[in-house]
Write a protein that binds this ligand. Structure first.
Ligand SMILES: Nc1nc2c(ncn2[C@@H]2O[C@H](COP(=O)(O)OP(=O)(O)OP(=O)(O)O)[C@@H](O)[C@H]2O)c(=O)[nH]1
Ligand SMILES: [Mg+2]
Length: 447
């Protein structure tokens, strides 16, 4: 596949900064640079990857800025095409004028993610690596960053290619037995074929099992704090965040809406939700808040039930505590304990003094890690990969069923072709056009 036109964009975020970067990529990129750059040499004569000082001139020959410009020749560039990078001064207007000069000299404005899309189309990276670029940009914690870096290095792509190769080989055996039944070739059949298929299914299932980890690293773990009014939920949010994000007061029903903030616990992004306190005699407004609390509880990965230990224990409380996805927290340990809580097994904290907070943070991490986070394995698929791999697994299952039923191998072959297509979608080797848009539209312009 070849892409002919030349694109340009400001690659640095909008706003003021010391430097802004304008990128131009495509067959005419160097020609564009020659037109607008004035220095000791023409960009077309530059040694690749070396920055050169010069001036950028606009259409009427007016000086726009003093810049550093480097030329990266195809295929040794990020996009795999001729690529120009212009570092100009970081004002919003300056970079916009430099971009405009590039556009007037023959480039067109790039769409979001188009530089990375070209890198993919030019074979510089597979689709999982392109997606890793987005993850890298969005990563909020070290662990998420490590996962993105490994994916960018191609670890996921490698695994997928291995599964593809095995499927291709399996299909080859089946086709051989269909096409040349009497030629003296002895392709794998029956049990041997099923055993091969089984091992492929296991590999796909193992990758699918990393989906939860992927979601957590990309989106964070949803931890919802709930409980009676005035228990100290909002105080705990502020404490864990380290600043006064939400209003705290001794009035019951202070928080009316759900409020979300992200905190970083040992590299795991935690999306902490503060909710409206639960009570029955409430205004309509407050009832809406409570309805939202209940909705967010349904989506929680982990719940923190917060109770005020200086008040009596609510009825029906006992049943809740055995849930592995729930931690019971008794707040206000600086106050005398109500007799109801005597010998009650729960984490005791004080948002006032900070007592018990490190233990609570540790417990949150333990619960999450037990569920589905394996910090030692950074491989983690995203929702799109999961969708492809699920379909692949289903097709493999169908192939196994028809094979086990002793039906003609053509039937298994049909399902295996489906599986092959679904696995290929992960790295972008089939139905490329269709999936490209959805992947690259998430990028920023200039990446
Ligand atoms: N003594 C003491 N007071 C606390 C502690 N934590 C919170 N408080 C007080 O308890 C009151 C209620 O705290 P909030 O954090 O607003 O409680 P909440 O659970 O968010 O309440 P609602 O939003 O009404 O559901 C405030 O006056 C806090 O200052 C604590 O550990 N010790
Ligand atoms: Mg509150």
């Amino acid at each position: 596949m070849t892409v002919s036109d030349t694109i340009a964009a400001i690659s640095t975020p909008p706003g003021q900064g010391a430097i802004a970067l304008v990128r131009v990529s495509g067959a005419n990129a160097i020609e564009v640079a020659d037109k607008i750059f004035h220095g000791k040499e023409m960009p077309s004569q530059f040694e690749p990857h070396v920055q050169h000082f010069g001036e950028i001139f606009g259409p009427e020959g007016r000086l726009i800025d003093q810049v550093m410009l480097s030329v990266h020749r195809a295929p040794a560039s990020y996009s795999g095409e001729d690529l120009i990078e212009i570092s100009c001064h970081g004002g919003t207007l300056v970079s916009a004028k430099v971009l405009e000069a590039c556009l007037r000299a023959g480039a067109r404005a790039a769409r979001a993610g188009e530089f990375t899309e070209r890198a993919f189309l030019n074979g510089k990276m597979d689709l999982t690596q392109a997606e890793a670029v987005i993850d890298l940009i969005r990563a909020k914690t070290d662990l998420a960053l490590r996962s993105a870096t490994e994916q960018l290095e191609g670890r996921l792509g490698e695994q997928i290619r291995k599964i593809r190769d095995e499927l291709v080989e399996l299909l080859a055996h089946i086709n051989a037995s269909i096409d040349f039944p009497d030629e003296g070739i002895t392709p794998d059949e029956g049990e041997t074929l099923l055993a091969r298929l089984d091992s492929i299914r296991e590999e796909i299932a193992a990758l699918l099992a990393t989906a939860d980890q992927g979601r957590i690293l990309r989106e964070g773990v949803r931890v919802v704090m709930y409980g009676a009014t005035n228990a100290g939920k909002s105080s705990l949010l502020n404490r864990l965040l380290g600043y006064d994000r939400v209003i705290v007061s001794d009035a019951h029903g202070t928080t009316r809406d759900t409020i979300e903030e992200t905190v970083n616990l040992n590299g795991v992004p935690i999306r902490l939700l503060d909710t409206a306190g639960l009570r029955t005699s409430a205004s309509e407004l407050e009832r809406e808040g409570i309805a939202r609390t209940e909705k967010s509880l349904q989506l929680a990965d982990l719940r923190l039930y917060i109770a005020d230990r200086s008040t009596s224990k609510p009825s029906h409380f006992q049943e809740r505590i055995r849930n592995p996805n729930e931690i019971t927290v008794l707040n206000k340990s600086d106050l005398p304990e109500n007799g109801d809580w005597k010998d009650f097994h729960a984490l005791r904290i004080s948002c006032l003094t900070g007592e018990g907070l490190p233990e609570l943070q540790k417990e949150i991490l333990t619960r999450i890690t037990k569920q589905n986070l394996k910090p030692e394995s950074a491989l983690a698929i995203n929702a799109r990969h999961r969708d492809c791999l699920r379909r692949a697994l289903e097709s493999c299952d169908r192939a196994a069923t028809v094979q086990a039923q002793g039906l003609s191998p053509e039937y298994a072959a049909i399902h295996l072709h489906d599986a092959l297509r679904a696995v290929g979608e992960v790295i972008g080797v089939v139905d490329v056009e269709q999936i490209l848009d959805s992947v690259f539209s998430q990028f920023c312009i200039g990446k």
